[in-house]
Design a binder for this molecule. Sequence first.
Ligand SMILES: [Cu+2]
Length: 265
Amino acid sequence: MFSKRIPIAKMAAVVVVLSAITCAIMLSINWNGAEDSTAAPKIDDLMNIAIVLSTVIFWVVMVALAYALWAFKAKPGDESDGEPIHGNTRLEIVWTLVPTVIVLFLGVWSWKVLDEIEEPTGHQLTVDVFSQQYAWSFGYPGKEYAYSQGVLHVPVNRQIVFKMHSQDVIHSFWVPQWRIKKDNVPGITTTAIVTPDKVGTYQLICTELCGFGHSSMRAKVVVEPEAKWAKWVEALKEKVPTPLMVSVKQDTETNPEPLERVEAE
Ligand SMILES: [Cu+2]
């Protein structure tokens, strides 16, 4: 039965055709919506590469399976046992090496993309993000350490370093149009770096199931020209409350004044 020659070239051709059709459809779909940060196109490219690789793997498996079902079907009335098969070393090496190379390639590429996104521009703005069941609030740097609840304003075309501080359980910071997503973990400060490059209004969504009110844990995000942003921050009346300051006390570099005050208490 196994003396039958497997038509590798024909199968490969079928894989190529089916992959091309599937990729054409999959890549024409706008999966992630508008690209409104410098990170977005890079992350979407990465996603497209992953789609192409997965599509090819999918069809290799499907075509091999379909061929096996057709070519090695038992004859009617054949009740005998299957041949005892002890493996195929060459095949096993191939199906170990190929996925390893793919995963390493995607890993290295992701590393490169993340490095590019987080490359310091020398003109960063640090914003503290406070998350708690089920609300977001924000602290802006500078002398006053201004505070806003439920609404985040950031300047356009400036690299924003978000320092995240959860007050209770794990939450996750996500503005879909920026692509970047980062967990807020109680007890540590996590960082997400984004450069929004379009003016607009967005939703910040908690994307880590954090309790009963999780689905309503959202905040409005406004990206605006820097002068307008500065005016908005200037007009903020509230200061970051002391309990929240305590949770940022590691960040002495970005918020020296209020933090020194916290340390003194
Ligand atoms: Cu949450």
